[in-house]
Write a protein that binds this ligand. Structure first.
Ligand SMILES: [Fe+2]
Length: 151
């Protein structure tokens, strides 16, 4: 019998991934101005990534005998690119946290599930790292100073 707590945690993840599908898609739809050229496609890719994760987690929940959630959590709507990027970083950080919590429950119980969760966790952390770098002010950042001081 699969731990009901583990199924519940996987459904928490699934709801979060559905949230990502909706939130990132909306950002890609509504973003206007010159930065649309850069970020609309980027947000659309993130929506696709969330759907890919939702598919893997939903299939796993079903395989384990659970019922995959169809609900999602609230979307943070905004027309500001800065807020979109900050919300995206926040979204990815929460995803990392949720996958880590699921891993704690799966550890020592279901090795293939651990591998699946770890693979997705790595992609969520890559999202955190990417949005962190995008949000870091290039001109006033420590890295800019360090690069300027080289040579
Ligand atoms: Fe995800």
């Amino acid at each position: 019998m699969v731990n009901p707590e583990l199924i519940d945690k996987l459904n928490d993840i699934l709801r979060w991934e559905w949230t990502g599908v909706a939130q990132y898609s909306q950002y890609s739809f509504v973003l206007t101005g010159i930065w649309r050229e850069v970020f609309s496609g980027r947000f659309a890719e993130s929506a696709s990534e969330s759907f890919g994760h939702a598919k893997k987690i939903g299939e796993k929940i079903s395989a384990l005998g659970g019922v995959p959630a169809v609900e999602r959590d609230p979307v943070k709507q905004t027309g500001s690119l800065q807020a979109m990027l900050e919300n995206s970083l926040c979204f990815e950080q929460t995803a990392v946290q949720l996958y880590q919590e699921a891993l704690e429950l799966a550890d020592g119980v279901d090795r293939p599930l651990v591998v699946l969760l770890e693979e997705i966790l790595l992609e969520e952390q890559e999202g955190v790292d990417e949005f962190t770098l995008i949000l870091r002010d290039h001109e006033s950042g420590e890295m800019a100073d360090a690069i300027t001081n080289v040579g």
